[in-house]
Design a protein around this ligand. Structure first.
Ligand code: UT7
Length: 324
């Protein structure tokens, strides 16, 4: 059985926060943020109303509708987030409850920015093995609540935003679906992009460790290398050249990283979809949000060769190649 993406959806909070808005609360500038990252605005949702599970629920409804599938035909939920509503249980069961689904399994994964490509690999393996037929895979990230919106946290806070993306992945005998995934991790760099303690385990004054930390320049250097590694491996395995890609959606970490990869692969603007200027970095949700938007704009057509690639905290990184 092949594992095909048959439906896509996304949800972002209504509240738009522009770079100018951030200028009011920290020492930063619209020019700095745009020049270094390409970001113009992002969405910040309410921590409770727009929690990871609530945003994920809305994205899931859209994906189910887009897939034209009855929600009761879903036989597995996979949920990716770095900021679950609760420390435990994970968001997968909250989504199952909110969708009022029967006792299907709900699996949570924790791969931060690489969550979407890791999750695709899990879905592909389950479907290829015949274990599940219709998987609802949701990536949702409520991040604004844990950002340090003062000058101290500016190198991270200006980059991230909230949002959710979802896909329905189904078994098919047709010649389409997830062709391959290529996954990596390197725990030696675990502390270079991290949030060590949850809020509440000591106050901010007592413990900087309950704020996110990123060694930006190091992460940037690794990202450009690792994106290329994961994409090149997939191109070789699938006997493809960059010009054979109809659509490349990189994880939206920084427009400069995406542009670097595009140049390295010699891809045209038409082959690449970016939307970081509107949403910032939404971690594992960034690729499915972009995919859902690209799909709405008619940029993904049956038979298209699509590549996704991501890099982030862990470090974890990877790529996925999909025949649409
Ligand atoms: O999705 C997970 C993966 N994440 C990434 O891939 C992110 C990778 N890293 C990056 O995208 C970049 O490193 C950043 C956009 C985070 C930072 O850009 P940079 O060119 O590496 O800047 P930097 O960290 O080297 O900082 C340069 C200067 C510093 O000032 P000094 O020491 O030169 O005086 C910073 O303090 O920019 C300062 N700075 C800021 N200035 C205004 C840092 N953040 C800001 C800010 N506004 N928000």
């Amino acid at each position: 059985m092949n594992a095909a993406i048959i439906g896509v959806g996304h949800h972002v909070p209504d509240n738009v926060v522009t770079n100018k808005d951030l200028e009011k609360v920290m020492e930063t500038s619209d020019e700095w943020i745009k020049e270094r990252s390409g970001i113009k605005e992002r969405r910040f949702g309410d921590a409770i109303e727009e929690s990871s599970s609530r945003m994920g629920y809305k994205a899931a409804l859209m994906a189910l509708q887009n897939a034209k599938i009855d929600k009761h035909d879903i036989d597995l939920i996979i949920f990716s987030t770095l900021n679950p509503d609760y420390f435990f249980p994970g968001c997968g069961v909250l989504l199952q409850r909110d969708l009022e689904l029967k006792e299907i399994p709900a699996l949570d994964i924790r791969q931060q920015c690489s969550g979407f490509v890791y999750g695709l690999s899990v879905a592909k393996a389950y479907i290829n093995s015949g274990m599940y037929k219709n998987i609802l895979f949701v990536c949702s990230e409520q991040q604004s609540a844990m950002l340090d919106l003062t000058t101290r946290g500016r190198n991270i806070s200006v980059l991230f935003g909230d949002g959710a993306g979802a896909v329905v992945i189904s078994a098919t005998i047709e010649d389409k679906g997830i062709l391959s995934t290529h996954l990596y991790s390197e725990g030696a760099f675990a502390e270079e992009l991290t949030l060590k303690y949850l809020q509440g385990k000591g106050t901010v004054e007592e413990k900087d460790d309950n704020l996110p930390f990123m060694n930006g320049p190091l992460v940037f250097k690794h990202a450009v290398l690792r994106f290329s590694q994961a994409i090149n491996e997939g191109l070789i395995v699938n006997n493809l050249k960059p010009e054979n890609l109809d659509l490349f959606i990189p994880h939206q970490a920084n427009l400069r990283i995406s542009e670097f990869i595009q140049k390295k692969l010699n891809l045209t603007d038409n082959q690449v979809y970016n939307n970081i200027e509107k949403y910032g970095n939404t971690t594992s949700a960034s690729i499915p949000i972009a995919l859902s938007e690209a799909n709405k704009k008619g940029k993904v057509k049956p038979g298209d060769m699509v590549c996704f690639a991501a890099f982030g905290s862990g470090f974890t990184w990877g790529s996925a190649f999909v025949k649409w």
